[in-house]
Design a protein around this ligand. Structure first.
Ligand code: TPP
Ligand code: MG
Length: 672
C-alpha cells in the first residue's frame, strides 16, 4: 500500500505516529488479542493532540490543572498505552507494553483507572467515556468559578468511536453538555465507518454532525490523517464557546492489508501482514523498538507540559493563602473536622424530637447540614428533585450563567447522570451525589458498576425504595434492586430506618474514599426507631441491637429501613407473650460483614431463630439468617418474591404479608 502522499504531509509527525502504530501491532501480536485498527487509525489525531494541544506532564500525572484525556473507545487501549509510554510516563515501561493484557501487568485489556497513572477513567463499555468527560468538564467549570483561572484552567479531550456514538448514553451526555455549554470539552470522533459487524451503515445512518448541532455543539469535519487540518480544528474547537465535536475521517487499520474492513477492528496478528503494514509506514525497527530520536521527540512533548505545570505552580502560589488551602483540601478529599461533630449534635437533637418523616426527607435534613459545611458537594437529580429531596438551601443551580451553582438538573438521564458523577469524582475537587428512584438504578447501572470497579466515592440517593411508594405501582417499585446492588463488589448499600440512621448513613457515605455508596430511602413516612442518643455512629457497624430481648432470648428479628418498625411491632407482641425477642437493625450488610467476628457474634449469636424482614427479595440474606456456616439458626424471611402492585402502601404491606402478624406467626412456627 502506498501511503507516501499521507507521509509527505508532515514527515516528522508521520514517523511519530508510526511509533504508535508499530507498538500497537507488536503488543497485539504478542498477546494474541486486543484491538489494533483503532489506534492505527487514530494515531495521527493523537500525535497532533499531544504535540500541539494537550496540557500534560508525565512527571506529575495527577497535577490538578492538567488537561484530561479520555479514551472512550477503550478497546483501542494500545493507543493510550503507546502515548503514555512514548511521552515518558514512568509506570508504562516497554515491558508493560510487551506484557499487554497479561496477568499482573498494568496494561489491562481495556484502560483501567488506578492501574496506569495517565488513565483518567476506566473505559471499555462503549459510551461511558463520553459521559464521564461531561462530568470532568462540569468539574473544571465549577472549580474555575470557585477558585479562579489561576487554579483551574484546562480542557477535557475525549476520543470516541462509532460505537460510543451509537450507545444511548451518548445521547444523554451530548444533550447535557450542549445545554450546559461546556466549551472546554472537545470530542474527537474516530469516524472510520466500521464496527465489528461491518460498515456502520448496516445499523446506523444518523447524521452525527446534525445530531451534535441540534444539541448545541460546535461541529467540524476533517481528514483525520491530515496534521494541519487536525491542528486547525483543535484550535477552532478551543476558541468556540460551545462544546466541540470534530469528526475525524480515518481509515481503520491504515496501511494494514485489513484496512477499512471490520477485520481491522480486532487482533491483527498475521506476521506477514504485520510486515506489510510496517513497510507501508516506513517502519524498519524491530518489535518493541522505538528509534531514540523518535522517543526523544515524544518525550519533548511532555517537557512542554512540564513547563506549563511549573507556571501553574507559580500562579497558584499567588492566590491568597486561605484559598490555596481550600483548593488543596478540596483535592485531598478530606472532610472538615467539624462535620462529624455537627452531625453528632444533629443526631442528639433529632433523638429528642423523634420526627415521623420519610427517610428521603431525613436525607434532605442531613444535607442541609452537610452542604453548608462541605463546599465540595455537588448535588443533582434526574428530574426528581422534589421527590429525591436532593436540593438544599443556597446551593445555587449550576448553569452557563452560574458556574458556582452546586446543583445540577441532569434532566431525565439517569445513566448520563451516574457517568457524569464518575467523571466529577475522578476529576477531583468535587463530592458528587445524585438522585433518582431506586427502581431506576436499572437505567444507571452500567455507570454505577464502573463507580464500584474504579473505586470512586460517588453517592447515589435512591428514594422510593420499595412497595412502600404505593400507588405508582410495580413499574416503580424496586424488588430485586437491593439484592443486585449488594451483589455488586465494592458497592456500599445503606438502607436507614429513620432520621438518626439516615444522618449516620450520610456520614458514612461521605467518609468513603474508594467505593460508591447507595442510600436506599423511603417515600413514606417512618416513625423514629432510635430513641436513645449514641455518641458513636451505630450504622457504621452495619447491624446492631436496636431492642434487646427481655427474658430468655428465643427470637432475633433482623430488618432494614422501613421494615424495622414492623420488627419492633412484632417484638412487642412476642414479648407480651413471654417470648424473648431481639430486634437487630441492619442498615448495611456490607458494613456488618466487615466487622470483626466478636461483633458479628454479639449481634447474631447462634441459637435463637432468626427472621429477616425486608420489602425486597431474599437473595443475599442467607448469610445473615443461616449464619456464616449455614446452620447456626433456624430462619425465615419475610419479603417480596413477586413484583409489587398499584395500591396505597398500607394495603400493599398487608397484601404482600410484610406485617408484624406474619413475622409473629413465622417465629412461632420456627420455635415449634
Ligand atoms: C457497551 C458495549 N457494548 C459492546 C461492546 C463490544 N464492542 C467493543 S468495540 C465494538 C465495536 C465498536 O465500534 P467502533 O466504536 O466503531 O470501533 P472501531 O471498530 O472503529 O475500532 C463493540 C461492539 C462494548 N465494548 N461495550
Ligand atoms: Mg468505527
Amino acid at each position: 500500500m502506498d501511503l507516501s502522499a499521507l507521509a509527505a504531509r508532515n514527515p516528522e509527525y508521520w514517523r511519530l505516529a508510526a511509533a504508535i502504530r508499530a507498538l500497537t501491532l507488536d503488543a497485539v501480536a504478542a498477546s494474541n488479542s486486543g484491538h489494533a485498527g483503532m489506534p492505527i487509525g487514530m494515531a495521527d489525531v493523537a500525535t497532533v493532540l499531544f504535540d500541539r494541544h494537550l496540557r500534560f506532564d508525565p512527571k506529575a500525572p495527577h497535577w490538578p490543572d492538567r488537561d484530561r484525556f479520555i479514551l472512550s473507545a477503550g478497546h483501542g487501549s494500545m493507543l493510550i498505552y503507546s502515548l503514555l509510554h512514548l511521552t515518558g510516563y514512568a509506570d508504562v515501561t516497554i515491558d508493560q507494553i510487551r506484557d499487554f493484557r497479561q496477568w499482573g501487568a498494568i496494561t489491562a485489556g481495556h484502560p483501567e483507572y488506578g492501574h496506569v497513572s495517565g488513565v483518567e477513567t476506566t473505559t471499555g463499555p462503549l459510551g461511558q467515556g463520553i459521559a464521564n468527560s461531561v462530568g470532568f468538564a462540569i468539574a473544571e467549570e465549577h472549580l474555575r468559578a470557585r477558585f479562579g483561572a489561576r487554579a483551574q484552567d484546562h480542557h477535557t479531550w475525549v476520543i470516541a468511536g462509532d460505537g460510543c456514538l451509537m450507545e444511548g448514553i451518548s445521547h444523554e451526555a451530548i444533550a447535557l453538555a450542549g445545554r450546559q455549554r461546556l466549551g472546554r470539552l472537545v470530542l474527537l470522533w474516530d469516524n472510520n465507518g466500521i464496527t465489528i459487524d461491518g460498515k456502520v451503515s448496516i445499523a446506523d445512518i444518523t447524521d452525527q454532525l446534525g445530531r451534535f448541532t441540534a444539541a448545541g455543539w460546535h461541529v467540524q469535519s476533517i481528514d483525520g490523517h491530515d496534521p494541519d487540518a487536525i491542528d486547525a480544528a483543535m484550535t477552532a474547537a478551543k476558541a468556540d464557546p460551545r462544546p466541540s465535536m470534530i469528526a475525524c475521517r480515518t481509515h481503520i487499520g491504515l496501511g494494514h492489508p485489513a484496512q477499512d474492513t471490520p477485520k481491522a477492528h480486532g487482533a491483527l496478528t498475521d506476521p506477514d501482514q504485520i510486515a506489510m503494514a510496517k513497510k507501508a509506514w516506513g517502519w524498519t525497527s524491530g518489535p518493541f523498538e522505538v528509534p531514540a530520536d523518535i522517543k526523544a521527540r515524544w518525550e519533548k512533548m511532555g517537557e512542554r507540559g512540564h513547563a506549563a505545570r511549573q507556571e501553574w505552580e507559580a500562579r497558584i502560589a499567588t492566590l491568597p493563602a486561605a484559598r490555596q488551602r481550600a483548593f488543596e483540601e478540596a483535592f485531598s478529599g478530606t472532610l472538615p473536622t467539624t462535620l462529624s461533630t455537627r452531625l453528632r449534635a444533629f443526631r442528639r437533637d433529632i433523638v429528642g424530637k423523634a420526627p415521623k418523616v420519610a427517610t428521603r426527607k431525613s436525607s434532605e435534613m442531613a444535607l442541609e447540614v452537610i452542604n453548608k459545611l462541605l463546599p465540595e458537594t455537588m448535588g443533582g437529580s434526574a428530574d426528581l428533585t422534589g421527590s429525591n429531596n436532593t436540593l438544599t438551601e443556597s446551593m445555587g443551580i449550576f448553569s452557563p450563567e452560574d458556574r458556582r451553582g452546586r446543583y445540577i438538573h441532569y434532566g431525565i438521564r439517569e445513566h448520563g447522570m451516574a457517568a457524569a458523577m464518575n467523571g466529577m469524582a475522578l476529576h477531583g475537587g468535587i463530592r458528587p451525589y445524585g438522585g433518582t428512584f431506586l427502581c431506576f438504578t436499572d437505567y444507571a447501572r452500567p455507570a454505577m458498576r464502573l463507580s464500584a470497579l474504579m473505586g470512586v466515592p460517588v453517592i447515589y440517593v435512591m428514594t422510593h425504595d420499595s412497595i412502600g411508594l404505593g400507588e405508582d405501582g410495580p413499574t416503580h417499585q424496586p424488588v430485586e434492586h437491593l439484592a443486585m446492588l449488594r451483589a455488586t463488589p465494592n458497592t456500599l448499600v445503606l438502607r436507614p430506618a429513620d432520621t438518626v440512621e439516615t444522618i449516620e448513613a450520610w456520614e458514612i457515605a461521605l467518609q468513603q474514599t474508594s467505593r460508591p455508596t447507595v442510600l436506599a430511602l423511603s417515600r413514606q413516612n417512618l416513625p423514629a426507631v432510635r430513641l436513645k442518643h449514641s455518641t458513636s455512629n451505630l450504622a457504621a457497624r452495619g447491624a446492631y441491637i436496636l431492642a434487646e430481648s427481655e427474658g430468655r432470648r428465643q427470637v432475633i428479628l433482623l430488618a432494614t429501613g422501613s421494615e424495622v418498625k414492623v420488627a419492633i411491632a412484632a417484638r412487642d407482641a412476642l414479648q407480651a407473650e413471654g417470648i424473648g425477642t431481639r430486634v437487630v437493625s441492619v442498615p448495611s450488610m456490607e458494613l456488618f460483614l466487615e466487622q470483626d467476628e466478636a461483633w458479628r457474634r454479639r449481634v447474631l449469636p447462634g441459637g435463637p431463630v432468626r427472621i429477616g424482614i425486608e420489602a425486597g427479595v431474599r437473595v443475599g440474606w442467607d448469610r445473615l439468617l443461616m449464619g456464616e456456616r449455614g446452620r447456626e439458626a433456624k430462619s425465615g424471611f419475610i419479603g417480596m418474591s413477586t413484583f409489587g402492585a398499584s395500591a396505597p402502601d398500607t394495603v400493599l404491606f398487608e397484601k404482600f404479608g410484610i406485617t408484624a402478624a406474619h413475622a409473629i406467626e413465622r417465629a412461632k412456627a420456627l420455635l415449634g
